[in-house]
Design a protein around this ligand. Sequence first.
Ligand SMILES: Nc1nc2c(ncn2[C@@H]2O[C@H](COP(=O)(O)OP(=O)(O)OP(=O)(O)O)[C@@H](O)[C@H]2O)c(=O)[nH]1
Length: 894
Amino acid sequence: MKKKNKKFRYSNAGSKKEKLRIYKFASEYNLPTEQIIEFLQKKGYEVKNHMSILSDEMESDVREHFKKDIEKAEQHYKKISEFQKKRSGGEEPKREEKSEAETKEEPRIVELPESEEKQDKTDTEEVLETQTEEVAAAEEKAEQAETVETAPKEEIQTESDKFKTPAERELENRKKGLKIVGKIELEKDKKKEKEEKAQSEKQTEPHVVLEDKKPKTADETAGEPAKKKKKKKLKAKSKGKEDKVEEVVSKKKRKLKKLQVDKKEVEEAIKRTMMSLDDSSVSERASLRKKKKKEKQEQLERIIEQKELEQKKLKVAEYIAVGELANLMGVSVNEVIQKCIGLGLMVSINQRLDFETIELIASDFGFEVELEEEYLSDLIEEEDDPGESLKPRPPVVTIMGHVDHGKTSLLDFIRRTNVVAGEAGGITQHIGAYKVALEDGKEITFLDTPGHEAFTAMRARGAQITDIVVLVVAADDAVMPQTVEAINHALAANVSIIVAINKIDKPNANTEKIKQQLAERNVLVEDWGGKYQCVELSAKTGKNVDLLLEKILLEAEMLDLKANPDRPARGAVIESQLDKGRGITATILVQKGTLRISDPFVAGTAYGRVRAMFDERGNKVKEAPPSTPVLVLGFESTPQAGDTFAVVESEREAREISIKRMQIKREQEHRQVRHMTLEEIANQISSGGIKELPIIVKGDVDGSVEALSDALMKLSNDEVSVKVIHKGVGAISEGDVLLAAASGAIIIGFHVRPNSNARKLAETEKVDIRLYNIIYDAINAVKSALEGLLSPVVSEELVGAAEVRQVFKVPKVGTVAGCYVTDGKITRNGKVRLYRDGIAIYEGQLESLKRFKDDVREVEKGFECGLNIANFNDIKVGDVVEVYKTVETKKTLS
Ligand SMILES: Nc1nc2c(ncn2[C@@H]2O[C@H](COP(=O)(O)OP(=O)(O)OP(=O)(O)O)[C@@H](O)[C@H]2O)c(=O)[nH]1
């Protein structure tokens, strides 16, 4: 019951004064209860303790006695409520204050520019009105009209003595500046102070200026001695909006214009016209300035337009990757991928797109695409070989298919079983392509492109140099995503497809199911009445592998594959690597002509002279005719997989072409970097968008660079995305460092190191270069870097709490609270939050923490302490002080 009563009393404490208790009143105004009790007792009131009820009479006495303290407390309350407003309402209260301030100062600050604008308008209106009226009324010549035209302005000024008001003067002040207002004053003073006027302008001017400054505020104009009733009325209006003032002004003008007809007025008008010459020159200058401004603006607009146009034009190389395209357009990769899906293309970020697709997607984003023939035809002229020079060449075959469907097994089997006797010299080396010779002397070249997703880019390029794709599908499995991808690539590249249904030796093999699934993908095999040859084989047992080879040859015959072997060689880079002993080497598939020792060549941006050539078994080769893959030595720099390879006249020419191509490439890279600036990243982070970790990957072998890049990009999650902005084979160069510096990227070197210049540059540019010998380490390092980028989870941890039992006011220190630690411990350096009735009213730091009279670092639960909060004195008995700390926990990716 007692509890209930208490509740009742508390809840009504605010509304019923007779229920007000001393302690409540004391705490409200931060007054010591003892003093109140003492005072009341002295006054003769019957007061027992702090729980005693404070009657109205008592309250007024107390209020009277503690008047000063109460005022202080009230001021405190004000401050607190302001503070709370700020905290709860964010910036709003500030804005309100500002806007209040603005409205207060409106006439002075805000309306000035507006009035200037309006002045322009009124000026033109005036001119128009006066022109028409002048013509109608006086039928004077144009010149005369002009003179009178300007007269009204002056009219307003002169007549403002009689009719016009401080409001108008105010308007005029704003219109014409001090001088002109001065003229008004002169006119005004004419009647009263003719002598003064006659004396000198010098004397009047200061006077004018002084008066002139005053009328700027409406309040002050109001404070001027009252003149006529009209003026008063207008004064009142002047306090209102300027529009109203202008209305009045224009009405007045009309009246005035009628008065102009008077001859006397005309004379005056002439005078005024003379006086206003200044004014007109001012307006001339103003109009000149306006013109210039306009011109400048127009120029700017033109430049912006041009830039926009330029920006809307994309120069791309064919087979630009999805990520690169998104980069160039400055849109998110997801958007591009979505567009691709819309076109029926399932693509990954790394996947290269053909030009048609690029064009389609870019146009969707409003970009025009120009094919920048990747350092090509303009540099090396492509000759059409005459028909009679063409001779049959072996087909180039790529085996594609889903992971584990048996690509490697099939290739291995073919290689093992089709080695022409005598040729089996050295150990088979991986050079990314090899040629097999069949018993009847016919040859087939196989591209050994890895089937993993990471090598999609290579595969897309591979399809370019491939004549036939052997699509491997495991009979015990099904048509899988990579099978579909392979089909799409082959179809897009217009390459023949031969289906190899593998693993038929397996008991659960179901070739019919595979055929049906292929048919669903528009690959209808021969048995099903389609055009695609199909072989059911086993790479394990070798069953029907020979049949596959036969079908490949048959397909090749149908394709009538021919090339001219008697011309300078052209081909493609299949793979490139940095060999410790031999330097830079690359596997080249010769497509036309014959490649010979000491041929000077260009491959992408790289160039060189053929020093030596080897086949896949490490045998030295002197000549490489069409469709032959060879390992070439003699590169000056590393080419990239997929680069075109061409023999040129001389090494000098090769070098020149290479330099030109490098320039183009640099430009391309520069364009790539455009959207990768640190600001861009910072913006994205601040806008809560995706955080990006741009990375440059350099490695010793093309394959590992691709694999590492892919693995790194896979680390991307919703919050952070890894973007491989550049990757390549070879040492980390200055160019790489510059690119990294420009894009805020880190460089990951796999089995490679930066050259000394790059190292120095990295130091000055503060570029992070990380070198690894194990892919796993590199991935782990990036993973942890990502975790660093992940915004940490900030949480609060309660350190302790204390109850305020007593409050002391200490001069120079402020309010010191005598507390009892109820929970944990109160620490001197912790952050503090003050709760009143469970509501946090202040957050800050402790200024001091004492046990008795000693400063202490912490006070444990169950002990008393004295504390005061920095910059906060409104502590009251019953408040709870909580000490807390913020804990940042790193987010991990998984
Ligand atoms: N029974 C049976 N197993 C096979 C056959 N062909 C391949 N395999 C097995 O299937 C597994 C995968 O074969 P791989 O040749 O490595 O497949 P892949 O497509 O090259 O795989 P990735 O290189 O990972 O893309 C291996 O264990 C092979 O032994 C086959 O014809 N019959």
